[in-house]
Design a protein around this ligand. Sequence first.
Ligand code: SF4
Length: 383
Amino acid sequence: MPPPRTRGTALRRRLAELRGPEVAAKALDARALAALAANPGCRRRAILDGAGVNKAVLATALGSPSAFGQSQFALTRGNAFEAKVKADGGAELLRLAHEKLDRAAEPPARASLPDLSATGPEGRVARTALALREASGAPGTWTLLDHPLLALEVAGSPAFLEPDAVVVHPDGSWSVVEIKSFPMLDGSADPAKVGAAARQAAVYVLALEQVAARLAEGPEGGPAPRVRHRILLVCPKDFSNLPTASAVDVRKQRAVTARQLTRLTRIEEIADALPEGTCFDPGLPTAELTAAVECVPATYAPDCLSACELAFHCRDRSRTAGAVTTLGRTARAELGGLSTVEDVLAAAHGTAGDPADPAVAALRRAAYLRAEALDARETVPCP
Ligand code: SF4
């Protein structure tokens, strides 16, 4: 077996071939990772994300453009709000961190704002780790890391993640800060949006825990700094542009994401199973591109519609194949080995399926009860 460095180079080369020689890689972000963790069985998404394919562009090239993503207006508004929150050396942000996460600590009268600039993602990751180590080693001070860069290994390939900010508390512990532009009305925000922000923050928490573990194993050793599992969510207050915040407990999301990420099939394994010459370059003819996408197995579920840019394409394919996955994960699980709507109807009407199979028996019983209610019992055999 070739040494790990050689294997890593070969994998990177293979992923670049899959993406298309002239196509720039799209970095995996925490939002994408959280969505990937929500559907760990989908090899299609795993390989496309691992290869840095821009799925929104790919979906358009396939003729099924995605319907989500932020509008330019929302992006501009979000950036302006974030700049306001971090203005004045992050004074307001640190005040909110003190108020919502660490009231027992000294208020942040003065804060340190390390420079995190460096060349390339690896350089920025190293600079962030150094700044975190220095801040944790200076007890009694508040430190704000603006857009640090963290690395997290996902399915055997590194993902670079950039939280809005990380705060180092006077006791040396670390907190993730998420700044969102959706409003917090009377102290609470849309639960679906808060849930999505919590899943995203959980990915940052996992990445920070890896940094903490590496620092503890480093030459200077010592106990690993504590990564707090309550993150700071900052949003505009009511209908104004003033920041307000709330502490969000992400323990559950962290545990779920950690478990799901370990279940992802290794990118290398998926890439090796693809036919030679497979390429997802959006510049290819549609038929060729469709064939390339279809050669990677997918596990479509209606949840994909709110999480993956390829959802319309995968839903069309699923519907065309009559797959029961379009009915949702719960129905899919109840139907056992019956994978198409055609099989399900045949089982219900007694023309196929093993009557000893609990799913088949339940379907026959349900069909009989329905026919009985409609007074059409003779059309369905008694189970
Ligand atoms: S939309 Fe398709 S590619 Fe995306 S997660 Fe769902 S099944 Fe996988």
